[in-house]
Design a protein around this ligand. Sequence first.
Ligand code: TYM
Length: 338
Amino acid sequence: MVNDRRPRVLSGIQPTSGSFHLGNYLGAVRQWSAMQETHDAFYMVVDLHAITIQQEPEQLRANTRQAAAQLLAAGLDPERCTIFLQSHVPEHTQLSWIMECIAGFGEASRMTQFKDKSAKQGSDRTSVGLFTYPLLMVSDILIYQADQVPVGEDQRQHIELTRNLAERFNSRYGKAFTVPEPYILKETAKIYDLQDPSVKMSKSASTPKGIINLLDEPKVSAKKIKSAVTDTGSEIRFDEQEKPGISNLLTIYSTLTDTSIAELETRYEGKGYGALKTDLSEIVADWAGPFRERTQEYLDDPETLDSLLAKGAEKARSVAAETLAQAYDKVGFLPAKH
Ligand code: TYM
């Protein structure tokens, strides 16, 4: 590995719903944008992962473009990072097979996201792909020799698995992979559902009122903030145990405005929950409006979007192909040509 290169970062997001939600943005994408300044950054839309759950083809195509457009609207700059679609780089799935062969069945069975999702769907409706999903994610990361992986808390176990498999491969076959670190910001590691602050904000939320979709009408999002569930009492204080609802709103407020929680506590001293919610609803709407417009501008020009993704894929493939060739060689596969 060359020593003088910037540390490398890789992350991905699913195009399974038309819009990202505030948890995706604050937990992950916001960090991606910051890290493109300091890292050699690779960011992708994981369309292969999306089909672990049945997708309607036309909808998947639309959602994938929409996801890419949102990444650009969130500030990712193709001049400063590599943006691409996972399905454009076949090396990911090729490496994934090797990872499937060195991972234990029990080890894969312990992945909590798989256990939760498959329990909800029942085993007949659970695809084999959902089970092997984490191993494709392992390959996504290792194939770029990523040093860091910026994600939310819910992905931590998958990164642990990645570390374990990288170490296992390296000790069994000789060093081929960088062992990556998770990059999870404590403050925004888990953004909670507005209607039930005991669970994370998620596209599979029990009510749409609990989740802020970035592409919703800003007015709709403002209303959701105003009707967020808050706690007993009236004091505005960050306390995740006693005041999970208010703490979640403070986290969102603090991150979107770059203001410390302590400063917000002082600012709202003696004021009620209503004042905080009214202000935050405006902040969210003011942020989401321009985001929505920027996304639409990228979507209005699909040719430019597609060509930008093609360029990203080309760059990603050159790195991925090199790692794959090295891994194939270590495993003992003969080269196809000399
Ligand atoms: P996905 O598409 O579910 O989510 C994208 C990112 O958003 C984060 N996130 C949250 N962060 C804080 N609070 C929340 N409520 C919240 N909800 C979601 C996720 O942690 C994630 O970082 N398996 C991944 C995609 C993936 C990937 C990869 C990530 C595929 N290959 C390689 C990193 C590296 C996923 O389903 O993310």
